[in-house]
Ligand binder design. Structure first.
Ligand SMILES: C[S@@+](CC[C@H](N)C(=O)[O-])C[C@H]1O[C@@H](n2cnc3c(N)ncnc32)[C@H](O)[C@@H]1O
Length: 355
């Protein structure tokens, strides 16, 4: 079996650096090393996020199914995992960056004025979406790739890299800052689109397998995986959760520009999408969601990324897995084996269930 790092050297392809809550990019080699003794080919990354883990498995020549509930993430999977050869060229960039300013494409300028980006930046975003929707096939990899570049540009230009508050003033006010990076925020969209295009093109490779990207609830997938990788939204012991739809609603809106307005919750200043129930966001619902999910995938090798202070507890997950799999092993990042943290610090964990 070839290792991730060796493969990178052989292929020169490289996963782009992204800024996303809960990304496992820093842990992928560790995850790959800990599962390499298992026999598997068909692999599901069913809470895929940035696709960092899918990409690691793609590098290892597995056949990968990337999945995420959010549409904007689906495009990440399409661009980086399903796509094996398409690249963005100068003509594509010239088209998508050309100034058209169609009056029907003014949603961001109107609804999000003073919320996340400056007026000029809002015009750029409306215009970019107009060009994408007018000149690119929505089912093409180029469409997914050019959207991905826009998402990365939007994220990097945001304080905290999120869309959870109306806080453009943090960028524009002339104050002394103890966080963030005004230079990073203020570089132009145009500059970032070109930068991310290069990074994305460099990440594309063919592993000779069929890889696909899906946009479904992980509970609704109907695929038999040899190995399923599970990295759900995290709820900490004090109950604070990561609601991905709420944190990234702006990007989700860009994926469905035409129907976007009707889905916005206008009662809130930062104009998020209306909430959609998801059990992974609720501390009183998440344990049952885990039991159902692990049962659903009981025929697969199960690999769970987790945090030592999560709800439900590691012990709960291990007990649940032990009812389904012959072997259950728990690893903690940076430690030889899992020991309950003495200083209460949250540790990155990996839980394996296999027969
Ligand atoms: C912790 S993140 C995954 C991070 C990912 N492993 C990475 O390295 O970037 C959890 C992901 O689950 C997705 N998600 C939330 N609820 C989901 C559901 N019911 N089905 C599938 N995906 C879901 C979120 O959109 C988010 O991208």
């Amino acid at each position: 079996m070839t290792h991730f790092s060796e493969n990178i050297i052989l292929r020169k392809a490289q996963f782009p650096n992204t800024r996303y809550q809960g990304s496992k990019l820093k842990l992928v080699n560790w995850i790959g090393e800990n599962v390499k003794f298992l026999d598997f080919e068909n692999t599901g990354d069913i809470f895929g996020g940035t696709a960092a883990v899918s990409y690691m498995f793609k590098m290892k020549d597995k056949s990968v199914v990337y999945n995420d509930l959010l549409k904007f993430n689906y495009y990440t999977g399409a661009a980086l995992i399903e796509n094996s050869s398409e690249l963005i060229n100068y003509d594509d960039l010239n088209i998508v960056l050309s100034e058209q300013n169609d009056e029907n494409y003014s949603l961001v300028q109107n609804i999000f004025k003073d919320v996340y980006f400056t007026d000029d930046e809002n015009i750029f975003i409306d215009n970019y979406i107009y060009n994408l929707n007018s000149y690119f096939d929505h089912y093409s990899y180029k469409y997914a790739m050019l959207l991905w570049c826009l998402f990365q540009a939007c994220i990097i230009k945001r304080p905290f890299n999120l869309f959870h508050r109306k806080n453009l003033y943090m960028r524009t006010n002339d104050v002394k800052r103890s966080f963030g990076n005004k230079v990073t925020w203020d570089k132009s969209f145009n500059w970032y689109i070109r930068k991310f295009t290069e990074e994305l093109n460099q990440a594309i490779f063919d592993n000779g397998k069929q890889n696909i990207s899906l946009n479904m609830d992980a509970m609704e997938l109907d695929i038999d995986f040899d190995l399923v990788y599970i990295d759900t939204p995290y709820i900490s012991i004090n109950g604070s959760n990561v609601d991905y739809l709420h944190f990234y609603h702006f990007l989700e809106g860009l994926c469905g520009y035409e129907g976007w307005k009707d889905k916005i919750d206008f009662s809130k200043k930062h104009k998020p999408l209306k909430n959609i129930f998801n059990p992974w966001n609720y501390k009183d619902k998440i344990s049952k969601a885990f039991v159902d999910l692990l049962n659903k995938y009981r025929k697969s090798h199960i690999v769970i990324s987790y945090r030592s202070d999560g709800i439900p507890s590691i012990e709960f997950l291990v007990d649940t897995l032990k009812k389904l799999k012959k072997n259950v092993t728990v690893f903690s990042y940076g430690e030889y084996r899992y020991v309950l943290s003495q200083n209460g610090k949250s540790q990155e964990m990996l839980i394996l269930g296999y027969d």
